[in-house]
Design a protein around this ligand. Structure first.
Ligand code: PXG
Length: 457
């Protein structure tokens, strides 16, 4: 069908029938959607045959890059053998078992059990169900409250959006649901003022302790956080932050949930953000890079001591999805994880291409628009500001970011704008030549953004 319809026809049908996620409908209806038709390696093509270097790996997920036929072959084989069967009621099938076992090997020590979902949002719903069931089984049913952070992203379902700290999402949905509390995020650049970053990191982490004491340890189920906030704008906490969070979580009887939906599967150069910061999660939601986005699959890694309570103290856990551990998605995820591991993609990001990207990315800090260029592994952010030395933002938040994002598109690079923070999260298979292309195109786009701003003044 797509091959027979031209861009205009596709845009008309799209406008008439397709309600897109996270999309400004008025803007979309005015401009028409961009229609992506094919992809290879780190490149995408649209229906007008324009080519883009995908600086976002789809939506933070296509870690192995596009066009890996091994995944298509794994899907075809599994579809022919067993396209579907459920994993409820004491049933299993080889692909889900194999994936569970492979995940136990690759994830941090002590995480040897997985509950499968179809997405990161469902994984975070599962986190709430699991943590509450855990405390229930331990005879502490009043431990219900989750502490999360402002500007966190944990998904779009009622539970995911509630755990998340996006005020715009809360405003539209009558959220958060009861039992969710938010503390400040460790965003030194925007919120640290004159405070030393190390002190800021500790002070913000201690808000967790204050929140626990405010409600009483006996009512707190868990703290949830992304190792590095992704959708919030690639916010890298000061080095003091995670050690202090760990100290607090060890001191009080609460579960630590580390949301690895973005940081997992090599994004930071380590297999997991938890490896980077030496964190031992009790629960660890995963999705995205688990299948490199080729098929939808997610899950929650569950620490041995939590799994023991669920399986030995409890009878039936009344939770699950029709497609939990879907055989085709599981087979594709296994093929993806083997590629990431056997082709040394993660270790290459850690020791070769990640450091090269960070070195080149840091050079963008010299640009007059860029107040800070930061990153880890294959994550990067640029803060576009009105005054670099004062860390002063632009008057109308998001306007300059949007200009820069559009310039990037015109120049063949997909880079996201979160307000006036430009972010990248490219496929982990970028070569040094791709990285040069990315940084040079970003630089050119920043120049054009500055020229447009100067023209407007
Ligand atoms: N946790 C984290 C940390 C995420 O980044 C989810 C959970 C939810 O996953 P699902 O599979 O339900 O989407 C995410 C998703 C953005 C953007 O604007 C980020 C996500 C999703 C959509 C948009 O950067 N992250």
């Amino acid at each position: 069908m797509t091959n027979q319809l031209n861009t205009q026809e596709l845009q008309d049908l799209d406008r008439d029938h397709f309600l897109h996620p996270f999309t400004n409908y008025k803007e979309l209806n005015r401009k028409g959607s961009r229609i992506i038709t094919r992809a290879s390696g780190p490149y995408l093509w649209d229906s007008e045959d324009n080519c883009y270097l995908d600086g976002m790996a789809g939506l933070w997920c296509v870690n192995i890059g596009y066009g890996r036929t091994e995944l298509a072959a794994a899907a075809q084989k599994q579809m022919s053998e067993l396209p579907y069967y459920n994993t409820f009621f004491q049933t299993a099938h080889p692909p889900a078992i194999e994936l569970a076992s492979l995940l136990s090997e690759l994830t941090p020590a002590g995480l040897n059990h997985v509950f499968f979902t179809n997405s990161g949002s469902e994984a975070n719903d599962t986190v709430i169900r699991t943590a509450r069931q855990y405390w229930n089984l331990l005879g502490q049913p009043e431990k219900q409250i989750f502490i999360s952070r402002k500007n966190a992203y944990h998904g779009s379902t009622m539970a995911g959006a509630s755990l998340g700290g996006m005020s715009a999402m809360h405003a539209q949905g009558g959220l958060p649901i009861p039992g969710i509390e938010h503390i400040d995020q460790p965003d030194w650049y925007k919120e640290g003022g004159d405070e030393d970053p190390a002190e800021f990191g500790i002070r913000i982490a201690r808000q967790l302790e204050e929140k626990i004491l405010e409600h009483g340890e006996s009512r707190i189920a868990a703290f949830i956080a992304e190792p590095i906030q992704g959708a919030g704008g690639v916010i890298i906490p000061p080095a003091t932050y995670w050690p202090e969070i760990k100290r607090i979580c060890n001191h009080y009887q609460i579960l630590l949930v580390v949301d690895e939906v973005i940081c997992g599967f090599g994004r930071t150069g380590k297999w997991f953000g938890s490896d980077l910061y030496d964190i031992s999660p009790d629960l660890m939601p995963i999705a995205k890079g688990l299948s490199s986005g080729y098929l939808p699959i997610g899950g929650v890694m569950i620490a041995d001591h939590v799994a023991r309570v669920l399986t030995e103290e409890g009878d039936e856990f009344a939770h699950g999805f029709t497609y939990s551990g879907h055989p085709v998605c599981s087979a594709v995820a296994c093929a993806n994880l083997r590629i990431l591991r056997d082709e040394n993609i993660v270790s290459n990001v850690d020791s070769v291409t990640g450091p090269y990207l960070q070195e080149r990315w840091a050079s963008l800090a010299d640009h007059p628009l860029v107040g800070e260029a930061r990153g880890v592994g294959f994550l990067g952010a640029l803060e576009l500001v009105a005054d670099k030395s004062a860390r002063k933002p632009f008057g109308s938040p998001g306007a300059v970011g949007a200009i820069c994002r559009d310039s990037c598109y015109e120049n063949g690079l997909i880079m996201r704008a979160v307000g006036d923070t430009m972010i990248i999260s490219p496929p982990l298979i970028l070569t040094k030549e791709h990285i040069d292309e990315l940084v040079e195109t970003a630089h050119r786009s920043l120049d054009q953004t500055l020229a447009k701003l100067t023209g407007m003044r």
